[in-house]
Design a binder for this molecule. Structure first.
Ligand code: ADP
Ligand code: GLC
Length: 495
């Protein structure tokens, strides 16, 4: 197998800074690629929440000069560290003006007004960093809109730069909803020339759309599950880019994410009160009791406990849950919810918890330990997402013997097999329609089986716990894709 130089650029990376699954991927995929022998390096912004001491970051000699079009030249320092538990180098672009703030993208729910400049700056700094390191990437792997300018820059500003003559680009789409749409003035900062401001490249409704430019210019585009790769070619999931994506389908892939089983396994999870595995489930009952206790719910074994963890965003189907909740509260069930996000949802679900203290527990906030408690202590895990590019929690749930109840979309549909009563096969429960009624009736179905057929539940648990979604499989997929990109670039040079 060929070994490549890969420069992976992401706006968030576990454990340094995280707002969602993108950070999990950017922190785990490089390690799996490194294990395959690739020289992979990671670059991210040095937000001020990134703890320099904890991660032993060292300042590199020298500064990066980053041309910012009409803003002039911006200067950045570079910190260096490694992904913990590996020798994968991570470079942090340091710029007080752009990243010396509390949030990654926003503060108190308000997006920073200069996010265009911040991430155009970061995208350009990636090229300047490669030069500083004398690292000639075979592929620069960009992720989401924050780094989507990279493929555009490679094909324009850096098109004739000998340092990048063998370089190709991959753009992974973790979420198409956020596209980096800004006023056209951002073109002057991007500095690629106004000839690229047209409806086939960066222009959209008179403004600039960075993700659009990235999709057009990338050598390959990966959506994080097969189903999502299909869905984004349709109006329901394309957020206005469906026609463009459909036209670029020849270079569209759907490599599923992996999960980190060192962090998420009930047999060795440091956060949970008792361990368990497929040969002995007894620890799960202990975890359930503790979880009920933690949320002040009655400590009963004979009631099904349903967990939810995630951003309280429309994407996650919180409106469906809100619409279904009064009917659900009529049932003999318990629900625990952990999340932050939209204010209405935070207030609404806190209010439900006050009204039904025996049935509904709610923690508004971000807590990794509690996320682990919920995965381990719940009987079911609910993800009624309107769309879900991949989704990680349902995969963790499988490992914890916590049966996923999911809407059949994107990665949820690809990773969960619906329960088949006749054959006793499946790993969870799925519904198609994005309605509170569909959610309620599927949850009723699942709870009915839990009450009446414990053997079926046991079988479903085993089926799920025996599934594996390792990073090594995802890394194989990415590796093959890098190979295609490099081959494509080289052959196009000799045409
Ligand atoms: P997304 O990236 O769309 O938010 P994913 O399912 O891919 O969805 O990843 C979400 C990740 O963030 C998971 O690791 C999940 O456990 C974690 N997470 C989300 N919200 C919270 C929270 N409030 N507390 C702890 N962990 C959370
Ligand atoms: C996004 C998606 C989520 C996916 C994650 C990692 O945040 O919403 O479904 O798992 O990225 O790719």
């Amino acid at each position: 197998m060929m070994k490549f130089n890969i420069l992976l650029a992401a706006s968030e990376v576990v454990p340094f800074a995280k707002s969602g699954g993108l950070a999990d991927v950017a922190g785990a995929l490089p390690k799996a690629l490194r294990a395959m022998g690739h020289d992979v390096r990671v670059v991210m912004p040095r937000y001020y929440i990134v703890d320099r001491e904890k991660y032993k970051l060292t300042l590199r000699k020298g500064v990066l000069g980053v041309p910012m079009g009409t803003m002039g030249e911006a200067w950045a320092a570079v910190y260096e560290g490694v992904l913990p538990g590996s020798d994968v180098p991570v470079y942090f672009i340091e710029h007080e003006g752009f990243f010396g703030r509390k949030g990654l993208y926003d503060e108190d729910g308000f997006a920073y007004g200069d996010n265009d400049n911040r991430f155009i700056f970061f995208s350009k700094a990636v090229f300047q960093l490669a030069k500083m390191l004398r690292f000639r990437p075979d592929v620069i792997h960009a992720n989401d809109w924050h780094t989507a300018a990279i493929p555009v820059l490679l094909n324009s500003t850096y098109a004739f730069d000998p340092d990048f003559e063998d370089t190709g680009t991959l753009l992974t789409l973790h979420n198409l909803q956020h596209q980096g749409r800004f006023y056209e003035g951002a073109m002057d900062v991007l500095g690629v020339g106004w000839e690229h401001f047209n409806s086939d490249e960066l222009e959209e409704f008179g403004g600039i759309n960075l993700l659009k430019g990235g999709i057009v210019h990338a050598d390959a585009v990966n959506a994080v599950s097969r189903k999502y790769a299909h869905e984004i070619r349709t109006a329901e999931f394309g957020w206005g880019l469906e026609a463009l994506i459909d036209a670029n389908a020849y270079k569209l892939y759907g490599i599923l994410n992996g999960v980190d089983y060192e962090e998420w396994s009930p047999a060795e999870d440091d956060y949970i009160p008792a361990h368990y595995d497929t040969s002995d489930f007894s620890g799960k009952a202990v975890c359930k009791r503790e979880l009920q206790h933690e949320f002040g719910l009655p400590e009963r074994d004979d009631v099904p406990l349903i967990g939810l963890v995630g951003r309280l965003a429309e994407q996650k189907g919180i409106s469906l849950l809100a619409g279904a909740i009064w009917n659900l509260m009529e049932m003999d069930i318990q629900i625990v919810l952990l999340g932050t996000g939209e204010k209405w949802a935070e207030h609404f679900f806190s209010d439900v918890a006050e009204k039904y203290p025996e049935k509904f527990g709610c923690f508004i906030g971000y807590r990794n330990d509690l996320a682990h408690h919920i995965e381990a202590g719940s009987d079911f895990f609910l993800m009624p997402s309107l769309f879900e590019p991949c989704g990680l929690n349902q995969i963790y749930s499988l490992r914890y013997g916590t049966l996923p109840i999911v809407r059949a979309t994107g990665g949820l549909d690809d990773t969960i097999e619906n329960y088949d009563e006749k054959r006793g096969s499946g790993t969870g429960f799925k519904f198609e329609f994005a309605t509170p009624e569909a959610l309620t009736s599927t949850l009723r179905w699942a709870v009915g089986i839990w009450n009446e057929d414990p053997e079926a539940i046991e079988q479903l648990r085993l089926n799920g716990m025996n599934q594996r979604f390792d990073w090594s499989a995802a890394a194989e997929g990415y590796s093959a894709l890098y190979c295609k990109i490099v081959g494509g670039r080289r052959s196009s040079r000799y045409q």
